[in-house]
Structures are given as C-alpha cells and as structure tokens.
Design a protein around this ligand. Sequence first.
Ligand code: DOR
Ligand code: ZN
Length: 438
Amino acid sequence: MSPRQTPPLLLSRVRPYGEGDPVDVLVVDGRIAAIGPDAGADAPDGTETHDLGGAVLLPGFVDLHTHLREPGREDTETIATGSAAAVRGGYTAVFAMANTQPAQDNQTVTDSVWRIGREVGLCDVHPVGAVTVGLKGEQLTEMGQMASGEAGVRIFSDDGMCVYDPLIMRRALEYSAGLGVLVAQHAEEPRLTRGAVAHEGPTAARLGLTGWPRSAEESIVARDAILARDAGARVHICHASTTGTVELLTWAKGQGIAITAEVTPHHLLLDDTRLETYDGVYRVNPPLREEHDTLALRRALVEGVIDCVATDHAPHAAQEKCCEFAAARPGMLGLETALPIVASLLVETGDMTWRDLARVMSTRPAEIAGLTDQGRPIEVGEPANLAAVDPDSEWTVVGEELASLSANTPYEGMSFSARVVGTVYRGRLVSRDGEVVA
Ligand code: DOR
Ligand code: ZN
C-alpha cells in the first residue's frame, strides 16, 4: 500500500523523547502533519485514532544486523516472520545479513530479498551483500552490481565469517570507498578461534570449553582500522564484545579514522557466568565475555565510542540449540527484547535519556547506513517511522510467544519494565500491544 492510500493516523497522548506533557501527533500521507496538545483538531475525516496513554514516542529503530534466514532456512525465520518480530520490537528498518543459503552474494539474491521485504511491507528490509563469494573470504563479489540493483545494497558483510585475508579486506575497502558503500566486519581471526565455543577465561577453563580469546577480535579491529585509514574508506565493526575493542575504537576515532561500531544487547547485559549450566542458548559469536567487558561496552555506548546498538538477531531451530553446548549453533534472538534491555541497563539507571536511546537505536544506525527517511527527528514534515514505548509495563519474556519462528531467547523468564506498544511504518500503524496489524 502506498502512503497515499493509508488513512490519516492520530497518535493521542504520546511524549516525544519522553519529554514534557503528553501531546497528540497527527500523521497524514506518511508524514508528521502536526504535533501538539490540539493536533487532533486538524485531523481530517476518516482519521484512525489510537490513545497511547502517555507512551514515550521515539523514531523507529534501525537494526544494522539481523539474520532473517530467507532464502534457505525458512524453518527458522522468514522475511515475513522476521519483519513481524522487528515491528513488535519497534524497528522500522532492518539490514538482513548475507549468510543465507544461497548467500546474498549476487544481485539476483539481494534484489529478491528486497522485493520480498517490500511485499511483506511491515518495515524496510535492506539486504546486506556479501563481501566475498559464498562468504569464503577468497574472491570479492560484484559489489557494484548489488549496489546499483533494485535493492541498492549499501552495506556489505560476510558476517558469521571474518574477511580474514588482509589483502582481500584491503581491496574490499578500496572498492567500497569508490562505490560509497560500507563494509561491516565480523572481527574474528580464525586462526585464533579454531574449535572455540566460549570466551577464553576462567569460566571456560573450569567448564572444559575451548576458549575464544579477546585477541581474535581485537587483532582484526586494529588491522581493519589501519586498512581503512590507508584506503580512505569507512569500516564498521559488528558486535564489539571486549574492553580492548573499546580501547582500539577510542584510539582509531582519535586518529580521525572513519570507523564505526555496534554492540548487541546480549553483550551489554550477559556475561560468561551464564555458561555454568552448559545451556546452548548462551552460545553466540562472539562469545559472552566477562563482567568488565559488559561495563566497558555500556560506557562506550553512552560516550559514543560505540555508535549504536544492533541486535544480531540469529534464529536457530530447537534441535540446533537444545544439544551439547559445543554442538549448539551460535546465535540468539534479539529483535523483540532489544529496547527493554537497553532501557533497563541505560535509561532506567539514569545513564541515558530517551533521546540518547533514540540516538543509539535509530539516528546513528540510520546515518551509518546512509538512510535518509529513517532515524529522523520527530518533527512536522518528517517521515512517520515511529516507535511508542511504555516505560512501565512489567512483562516477562516467553520465547514461544515471540513473533519469530524460532524461540532461542536467552532471556526466557526474565522480566523487563519497558516495552514497545506501537510501531508506525511509513504512516501506518503496523504493530500495537504486541500484535502485528496487517
Ligand atoms: O552468533 C552468531 N550467529 N554470530 C554470527 O556471527 C552469526 C550468527 C548466525 O548467523 O547465526
Ligand atoms: Zn557476526
């Protein structure tokens, strides 16, 4: 449906950025038409009205790192079910990682993912293009074709795998600079993580699990910062997980290197003591680290050293998670729990305002991806991509109740105060109180 066919929408009693008294926000033709205590007075005939009871209104969230599993593993997630999870979580744009089967390493696949996302129509689905053919790290893909295709691919990543060969990475960065696109690196030196399933430290040693050292991540972050500097290119670091990565980002940004980084909600909240139960739900790449890492990551996000939150939403089938720890697939669900986690760790503690949260979950990721109609301020004339959050809606996570086709949430049974209660995408209310509105 084009925005023109969408009826006008009145969001009554919302608090933009959680600031001031509740106001009404009128949306017409996909854009914000009026904001104020009497905005409803201007509502044309046929306006759909929703009373949000004083909810915090934020720009719709943008996820630079989502795994949607289509094509290839539609038993675990599809573009439709992943889009539903996204809008229930307040996301109005997601970047679908390239490690599908077949991989998103050519224009046919990236354009197909883009088209399916459009047909589903719940949020923007931007396919990420692979950097190398089959994510094998050997031969560069036709990045230019994917960038100039219908999908207009703007982020390239072999996520799941590292572009480990420095010469291939150097060339990828050089081409990306020429094309005006972004390479996002899964920083993992594979020679240092062979057989690794857990963070290398006292917990893994005690549990008898093969360790993944911080240096496997940090050596690639340092290398890629230097390669980006010399190529005059931008580089983005996926799922930063260590104190040392924060230090390297601080250094690289101080040098004027065009480096950006994301952190996942699970690396902000959880540490490797969770592994005591050997529950495969806690297996993830990069692994859960130690408490000081989580604290350094939180601080880095508050200070802007880490630019944004990205979910790394990684659905897996029950049989791939409910097994011996070392055999479990790495990855955990993230789209529907990101906002509650970031709010509880950083807003409820007073470390961030809602406006700061909007920066790390919407504005900065939209800027990093070069999106012009997402992550926009809540102002008259701006596109209506919005998320409404009830900051006081005690709720408990139940994996089976999530919109995702998979249930591998590490937060099962955990309670949070904040919850997304409404999502507006291109002027249309697409989710309300956990229900997706078709
Ligand atoms: O835990 C992870 N899962 N990390 C990745 O890099 C890939 C992802 C997946 O595709 O399941
Ligand atoms: Zn990754």
